[in-house]
Design a protein around this ligand. Structure first.
Ligand SMILES: *Cc1c(COP(=O)(O)O)cnc(C)c1O
Length: 233
């Protein structure tokens, strides 16, 4: 059995166990396999093992894989999860299905303008700087509602919810605190009438904590594809 198939089975088992522990149904969490730094062959292998959603952080690298896997395009959902510069929004709008990392209105407006009208609206999450780290991208929690309202009004985007990459911690209580804060913020968007249904949170080392706090998408790289070269985070 290939590593990727075995790894995917192990990750699916972790997700199922976490769902069971907190009484969530088996369809309530979806897995985005983060393929950054791994090549199209690895993604093809994961598709053969039944994986459908993939996350990419770098525009050029992601589009290279999308093009190399054009024969599988209808089977794959491509998620952009990395930081965005304005000069790259057109390529993202034209090639990806989801964007998790919207942190300012200007980027959202460009993505909406540049989304080809023949495609389904781009499915988007706002990235929130939930741990308040100066170095981290993401909208401040206190500015999230205003940005969410503005993004919800854009015609070619569909606002789905929130995403965060909390400060790394080995401590499950700390992990859960950050994820709970994101969930509370998403709940407050809903209470303000925004139809959000997605919490994108949880990575290889903390997916159990994220699922316990309501994650609907976990973004898993290392546990599916293996350790990345050190230069890439
Ligand atoms: C790399 C990355 C992941 C996956 O991280 P792992 O720890 O390898 O599972 C998830 N989300 C984002 C935004 C990333 O950049």
């Amino acid at each position: 059995m290939s590593d990727i198939l075995a790894n995917l089975q192990a990750v699916r088992a972790r997700i199922a166990a976490a769902q069971q522990t907190c009484g969530r149904t088996s369809e309530s969490v979806s897995l985005v396999a983060v393929s950054k730094t791994f090549d199209a062959t690895a993604v093809r292998e994961a598709v053969a093992a039944g994986q459908r959603s993939f996350g990419e952080n770098y525009v050029q690298e992601g589009i290279g894989k999308i093009e190399a896997l054009a024969d599988l395009r209808s089977q794959i959902e491509w998620h952009f999860i990395g930081p965005m510069q304005s000069n790259k929004t057109r390529q993202i709008a034209e090639h990806f299905d989801w964007v998790h990392s919207i942190d300012r209105l200007k980027i959202a407006q460009r993505l909406s303008e540049q989304r080809p009208p023949a495609l389904r609206p781009l499915q988007v999450c706002l990235q929130v700087n939930i741990s308040g780290e100066a170095s981290k991208s993401g909208v401040a929690p206190g500015d999230t509602l205003e940005l969410a309202r503005a993004v919800h009004a854009l015609p070619h985007l569909q606002l789905r919810g929130l995403m965060a990459v909390p400060a790394p911690s080995d401590n499950a209580i700390e992990q859960r605190g950050a994820f709970a804060a994101l969930r509370t913020l998403n709940d407050s968007l809903r209470e303000n009438g925004l139809p959000v249904d997605t919490l994108s949170m949880g990575m290889s080392s903390d997916l159990e904590s994220a699922i316990a706090e309501g994650a609907t998408i976990v973004r898993i790289g290392t546990a599916v594809f293996g350790t990345r070269p050190r230069a890439a985070h």
